[in-house]
Design a protein around this ligand. Structure first.
Ligand code: 5GP
Length: 231
């Protein structure tokens, strides 16, 4: 069975940087390029970050049952085509899905063995800083957009318990190591192997340290920083 990895994170958590690093760092792992009705941003290219499409085409694909999951995010459709999973499975590769919490819920229902990972920012203040830095880099300093993203982040973060693993993205290099360890240790498990070499044991230990139940004790202040801002 091909492992499917789901990664979700509030906008601005550094997920894209993390996913890009993993794409070049782990073999036999394919990245699912989603369809979206939003416009390309910055240097994005059709077929690399997303397939950009009209609402008409997207809705036709929904009718034909071509999506494994899809959702409305920030007023645009985003969806994962079933054929990416079929193609990856055919090549014996794992598939990495970068999707929102709504899509993750649909996948977990349809593919209960999927491994899910939630990326959290270290706190609300840091997330706000990153969102502002990104929007000024894109020359789109729209306060309303930043506020909407912060509100959405606050809602999404409350869904952390639906995920198998939690990465608090404080130091990028630590998050990359942990994400890689999760993927490789889940592969071992899918192959029915126990860690035998010392590097495999270390990797499994690192992955286990990011399991929801093991991360739970440090989540209080992070969740609190978001809840306080909306109280
Ligand atoms: P952005 O427009 O910033 O690239 O992405 C906005 C959000 O849409 C992110 O949370 C991203 O994970 C999510 N997203 C991207 N592709 C998909 C998809 O195929 N399905 C779902 N459900 N969400 C997606």
């Amino acid at each position: 069975m091909t492992p499917v990895f789901i990664i979700s994170a509030p906008s601005g958590s550094g997920k894209s940087t993390l996913v890009n690093a993993i794409r070049t760092n782990v073999d036999r792992l394919e990245f699912s390029v989603s369809y979206t009705t939003r416009m390309p941003r910055g240097s994005e290219e059709n077929g690399r970050e997303y397939y950009y499409t009209s609402r008409e085409v997207f809705e036709r694909m929904i009718e034909r049952g071509e999506f494994l999951e899809y959702a409305d995010v920030f007023g645009n459709y985003y969806g994962t085509a079933k054929r990416f999973l079929q193609d990856a499975t055919g090549r014996g590769h794992d598939l990495l899905l970068d999707i929102d919490v709504q899509g993750a819920g649909q996948i977990q229902k349809n593919l209960p063995d999927a491994v899910s990972i939630f990326i959290l920012p270290p706190n609300r203040q840091e997330l706000e800083k990153r969102l502002r830095r990104r929007s000024s880099a894109e020359r789109m300093t729209d306060e309303a957009v930043i506020q909407r993203r912060l509100e959405t982040a606050t809602r999404e973060i409350e869904k952390y318990e639906e995920y198998d693993y939690i990465l608090v993205n404080d130091q990028l290099s630590d998050s990359i190591d942990a994400l890689k360890a999760i993927i490789l240790s889940e592969r071992l498990k899918a192959e029915g192997r126990k860690p035998s070499r010392s590097d495999e044991e270390q990797m499994t230990k690192l992955a286990e340290s990011r399991r929801l139940e093991n991360v739970r004790p440090i989540l209080g202040p992070i969740l609190e920083s978001f809840r306080r801002a909306t109280a």
